[in-house]
Design a protein around this ligand. Structure first.
Ligand code: COA
Length: 251
């Protein structure tokens, strides 16, 4: 398994830590596969009652690895990124996220599926899909407007406007904004352990009931978004925007 995902078990809490600091925790195919595998194992393991997803206290993730997007783009629904999305969507165990620093692209859309989210007040969230010639993914075209309203969702998804951890909490995208990345991680860890101490069947049944009304629609939306996303990745606009980032990094 890749070193860029650190899997740690503490009691009934499984922590998945993104650990690729030199690239701001950009997610590669290998990292998505490792995350999907760990989440599927957590789901099947009766000893795991809660999952915590975090990055460092400085950075959550800069989103999909842009070089991967150019060199090894997802081809179909079996691609690692989509397997990861399914593993999150289908996970029966509660998932808690701790976010500090940058949370870009899937780093933000992932949060729409987590059960509890704690952010540092100065975290920088952004979904620059359109800015990169791409389109929304991971159910964000449905979930974001439900959560923050149509007008704000349009600014975030169509204009790709960034927002802070403070705003994420004020808009209901996160449970609480904390004074620092370390405090966000501590709060998230505490919440995961609190969940893990509750009756597991009661927590899982409650999560299932809360997610049930949208589940079928969400599965369909994610599939539709994913097919479009694959097409857009091959578009001249996306190739130009993504290459621009890589070339700037090399300058
Ligand atoms: N994919 C691949 N490499 C990435 C990356 C990504 N998504 N995000 C950052 N990196 C790399 C940079 O190229 C740089 O590599 P280098 O040191 O070898 O040159 C390194 O990570 C540090 O990034 P840098 O941009 O210098 O850090 P920063 O603190 O100034 O900015 C971000 C952090 C996250 C705001 C900025 O890196 C960024 O905007 N990244 C792209 C985010 C993105 O568009 N993701 C895709 C969404 S669909």
């Amino acid at each position: 398994m890749t070193q860029a995902i650190v899997v740690e078990r503490e009691g009934a809490v499984l922590t998945l830590r993104l650990n690729r600091p030199d690239k701001k925790n950009a997610l590669t195919r290998e990292m998505y596969s490792a995350l999907a595998q760990a989440l599927e194992q957590a789901d099947a393991d009766v000893g795991v009652h809660a999952v915590l997803i975090c990055g460092s206290t400085e950075c959550f993730t800069s989103g999909n690895d842009i070089a991967d997007f150019l060199e090894q783009p997802p081809q179909d629904m079996q691609s690692p990124v989509f397997c990861f999305m399914r593993s999150v969507l289908e996970c029966r165990k509660p998932v808690v996220a701790a976010v500090a620093g940058a949370a870009v692209g899937i780093g933000t859309t992932l949060l729409l599926h987590c059960d509890l989210v704690y952010v540092s007040h100065d975290a920088r969230l952004r979904m620059p899909f359109v800015n990169l010639g791409l389109s929304p993914e991971f159910g964000s075209s449905l979930l974001l407007a439900q959560l923050v309203g149509q007008a704000r969702a349009a600014a975030l998804l169509l204009l790709g406007e960034g927002f802070s951890g403070e705003q994420a909490a004020a808009w209901g995208l996160a449970n609480q904004a904390m004074p620092s990345g370390a405090a966000a991680l501590e709060k998230a860890r505490e919440a995961a352990h609190r969940l893990a101490g509750l009756a597991p069947a009661a927590v899982q049944d409650s999560k299932r009931l809360m997610k049930a009304p949208d589940r079928e629609q969400l599965r369909q939306v994610i599939e539709d978004e994913s097919r479009l996303f694959i097409q857009r990745l091959g578009s001249p606009e996306a190739v130009a925007a993504l290459s621009g980032f890589i070339n700037k990094a090399r300058d």
